[in-house]
Design a protein around this ligand. Structure first.
Ligand code: ARG
Length: 460
């Protein structure tokens, strides 16, 4: 099998070199993008007169045949097909002869692979943004269904103040909204065509990279041919955005692990989204939530691994860059799997709002409300904090229930004690963006608006 560089070489390639060097095993997944790039390139060659119309049409027909063969699995890969670009060009030349041999005019695999991977990434970023939006929709509808249910809000995983369940669910929704922003920002920066940069320096031929960029639907062409082929910021940035999204999913996963435990008992998982134990008949395990937690490690690994690959690379293209695809593909695959499973788990789980309310109804959860009662009466907050702190200490020491101690205290009294009633504290979280029913009603609307705006941006 002749290599792409057989003119310059006397001998063939060693098997070990091929095994290390070949990327077909993973880059064949970009065949549609490779074909799109080749079509745009051929049309440009014809426009600028570097290829006859007859030849360009023969190549376009051959590219269509390759598309059919690759789609239906009948494409016969050859031993020398080192990567998807080689395979396509080899087959086009078999099919279109001399016209096919003109396909690579003014083009290098360096600008070709950068183009393919950008096209692939652009689509994936948009599709993952859609999946995240769908999951946010699930969180929003579970928040709507949760009405005024409340649970303890935690800091340091210690009960702090009661919050509406809707507020808690939407807290995750807003983190995901920033992920969508980042996915779409990354898409904007990735939206630059490298095709026409050649190996690194452009060409002596009258190529027209602007029209190629427009043909492929890119927003712009490269400004600098070396940057065009040497840049993988869009890969690193995508890996970061996916890693942070994965981190957000891991936090949701961790909470579901806790909430589904006997000790918390805040949720019942649907059978379809939990697993059993091979040994312990009573077990129902939250594997989806655990994997959402675990997959973040893999995503962070892809980011740091690829950053290490990029570090210190001299301009312009280096074969090290071939290491971009496997982590990128795996990161997108991983996030898609995780998102859809976690979405299903959240959509189907049952909230045990009675357990949540019981846990949230400790009178100590309203301690700050007592201090704020004193503040309204003119006491400086620091002093109020000390007064209530002393009562809490006395209650914990067994000197009486907090309600009784508050009722008996002349600075506080029965009005203040009423603040400790079951379900009362969460009603008093009234400030903008706060955890009570008033601000949460506003928040639900703002969140729905945000989702609508997001969807528009994804489509645009
Ligand atoms: N398979 C290569 C990659 O993924 C394509 C570019 C090869 N370029 C080269 N000059 N050998 O990066």
């Amino acid at each position: 099998m002749a290599t792409l560089w057989h003119g310059r070489f006397e001998g063939g390639s060693a098997e070990a070199l091929q095994a290390l060097n070949d990327s077909l095993g993973f880059d064949r997944r970009m065949f549609r993008e490779d074909l799109a790039g080749s079509r745009a390139h051929v049309r440009m060659l014809a426009r600028v007169g570097l290829m006859s119309v007859v030849d360009s049409e023969a190549v376009l027909v051959a590219l269509d045949t390759v598309e059919v063969e690759m789609s239906d699995g009948s494409f016969a890969f050859a031993v020398g097909d080192e990567d998807i670009h080689t395979a396509v060009e080899r087959r086009v030349t078999e099919l279109a002869g001399d016209a096919g041999a003109r396909l690579h005019t003014g083009r290098s695999r360096n600008d070709q692979v950068a183009t393919d991977l950008r096209l692939w990434t652009l689509r994936e970023l948009g599709e993952v943004a859609e999946l995240v939006t769908a999951f946010q929709g699930t969180l929003a509808s579970r928040a709507d269904g949760a009405a005024e249910a409340y649970l303890p809000g935690y800091t340091h995983l210690q009960q702090a103040q009661p919050v509406l369940l809707a507020h808690h669910l939407l807290a995750h929704g807003w983190a995901l909204a920033r992920d969508v922003d980042r996915l779409l920002d990354a898409r904007t920066r990735a939206d630059v065509s490298p095709l026409g940069a050649g190996a690194l320096a452009g060409s002596s031929l009258p190529l027209d990279p602007d029209s190629v960029a427009a043909d492929l639907g890119f927003a712009a062409r490269f400004e600098n041919s070396m940057d065009a082929v040497g840049d993988r910021d869009f890969v690193a940035e995508s890996l970061f955005v996916l890693a942070l999204l994965g981190v957000h999913l891991s936090r949701i996963g961790e909470e579901l692990v806790l909430w589904s435990s006997e000790e918390f008992g805040f949720v019942h998982l649907d059978d379809a989204f939990s697993t059993g134990s091979s040994m312990l008949p009573q077990k129902k395990n939250p594997d989806v939530a655990e994997l959402a937690r675990g997959k973040a490690g893999r995503l962070i690994g892809h980011l740091t691994g690829f950053m290490a690959t990029l570090k210190g690379l001299p301009m312009a293209y280096n074969k090290d860059l071939q290491e971009d695809k496997e982590p990128l593909f795996d990161a997108f695959d991983t996030i898609r799997l995780t998102l859809s499973a976690l979405d299903g788990m959240v959509a189907t789980l049952e909230f045990r709002t009675d357990r949540m309310a019981d846990a949230a109804d400790s009178p100590y959860a309203a301690a700050v409300d007592l201090a704020e009662y004193l503040v309204v009466g003119g006491t400086p907050f620091r002093d109020a904090h000390a007064v209530v702190g002393a009562l809490v200490r006395a209650a914990l020491a067994g000197e009486g229930s907090l309600v009784d101690l508050v009722t008996a205290d002349e600075r506080l009294g029965p009005d203040a004690a009423a603040l400790l009633a079951r379900g009362a504290p969460v009603l008093r979280r009234t400030t903008p963006g706060g955890a009570g029913p008033g601000p949460v009603a506003v928040q639900r609307i703002r969140f729905a608006d945000r989702l609508a705006a997001q969807s528009k941006r994804i489509a645009g």
